[in-house]
Design a protein around this ligand. Structure first.
Ligand SMILES: [Zn+2]
Length: 398
């Protein structure tokens, strides 16, 4: 036991200070996770609210998250300067809501009405009825149970309250840092299409376009490479660490021996690959480093220490959230998806860091049609728009 305590202490001193506030928040919840592993005394089939929190999203959006033990069934109504979420067959939450500054939500109260629980958010202005794109129900992952997530800004009615809400919505509370990694480069072309299109060229072009778009809406972005140079995988991960990135996106294009295979795919880091294809892909992407002959010993000591199981869990959970936002945005943009699961997992070296992120295979250069698309400005812009949407949807602060 003393060994364990010592380990946690060293790990805390060395590594935790450099991870994001969100990750810290998640990790501080680990104690709670232990408690929640005790048998729950619950009424069969009855839902309960476990936690409620607010946060500011890019563009000054307010995010309200209601965590529930079962998938929530809800109605939303909009009384003057309020948002009321009525949850059916649900018991109230015993934990106080966590309210962030700078949001439209001033206070949250709960009113039990028979079987229904009304969660009443008092707002600093009115909000327009939410569209379906502003409401998400997330499935349990890691420490979280089901979450009903609502994103909104101040309404358009010309009342005094709304004017101040509108002012809030134009303020970006914090510049979130996104590191965009164009895969391969220099002596490593990545995969090459039949028409001669090189992966390194396509992904650099998409990375530059993505940087421009994200910068224009208030993110702070960095490219791991802005020209045709070779970079080791560990160096790419290290750039994300040094820039204190909130999100890391590694862009790639795929190849498959079957020329008919096409579609994008999104990957997060896992020591165990989700399927054989994912494992093969990770081996191919990781193989680039054999050119430079480097290994993980090249990571700085802090990063190696930081890659503890505990922290990996927090990073994995956030990465998973982003990856599902990304897959949804690509699907919504009608970009072909590689058949199979929307998110896959594999041990990609470039994703080994304390920064949540994903590796996106934008499409298959081995497929003649997709090779043509991937070269075209129009399709690259379409991919960029989808990724921008996913970054905007990603929950940076809660
Ligand atoms: Zn690649």
């Amino acid at each position: 036991m003393p060994v364990l305590v010592l380990f946690i202490k060293i790990w805390y001193n060395d590594a935790v200070m450099k991870v994001s506030r969100r990750t810290l928040l998640k990790m501080s919840g680990l104690g709670i996770a232990t408690i929640s592993m005790l048998p729950r005394v619950a009424f069969a089939g009855r839902n309960s609210v476990l936690s409620m929190r607010t946060g500011v999203q890019p563009g000054g959006k307010t995010r309200l998250v209601i965590e529930t033990s079962l998938r929530p069934s809800y109605d939303i109504s909009y009384p003057q300067n309020q948002l009321v979420i009525s949850l059916s067959n649900t018991a109230a939450c015993s934990v106080s809501p966590k309210l962030s500054g700078g949001t439209l939500v001033k206070n949250i109260s709960q009113v039990q009405n028979g079987d229904r629980l009304n969660v009443v958010a008092d707002l600093s202005g009115t909000v327009a009825p939410l569209e379906s794109s502003q409401i998400m129900v997330l499935s349990p992952n890691g420490d979280n149970e089901y979450r009903l997530v609502l994103d909104f800004v101040g309404g358009v009615a010309s009342t005094k309250g709304t004017a101040s809400a509108a002012a809030t919505s134009n303020t970006v509370a914090k510049k979130y840092v996104v590191v965009i990694d164009a895969g391969h480069g220099g002596k490593d072309p990545g995969c090459i299409g039949k028409g001669g299109t090189k992966e390194k060229t396509v992904v650099l072009s998409v990375a530059k376009k993505l940087k421009k778009e994200l910068d224009s809406i208030g993110f702070k972005t960095y490219l791991t490479r802005s020209n045709d140079t070779f970079l080791k995988l560990a160096d790419r991960a290290e750039i994300a660490e040094k820039r204190h990135a909130d999100l890391f996106l590694s862009l790639h294009a795929n190849a498959n021996p079957s020329r008919a295979t096409k579609g994008y795919s999104v990957y997060t880091l896992s020591e165990k690959a989700s399927d054989e294809e994912a494992q093969k892909l990770a081996e191919t992407e990781n193989a680039v480093d054999k050119i430079g002959v480097t290994g993980f010993s090249e990571f700085s000591k802090e990063i190696r220490v930081a890659l503890s199981a505990l922290q990996q869990r927090a990073v994995a959970e956030l990465s998973e959230e982003y990856a599902s936002d990304c897959a949804r945005a690509m699907d919504n943009a009608s970009i072909d998806r590689l058949p199979g699961p929307s998110i896959r997992h594999a041990p990609f070296a470039v994703l080994r860091s304390t920064v949540p992120g994903a590796l996106i295979e934008l499409g298959h250069l081995s497929n003649a049609n997709e090779e043509k698309l991937l070269k075209s400005d129009a399709h690259q812009n379409k991919l960029v728009r989808a990724i921008v949407k996913s970054v905007k949807n990603y929950n940076f602060d809660v």
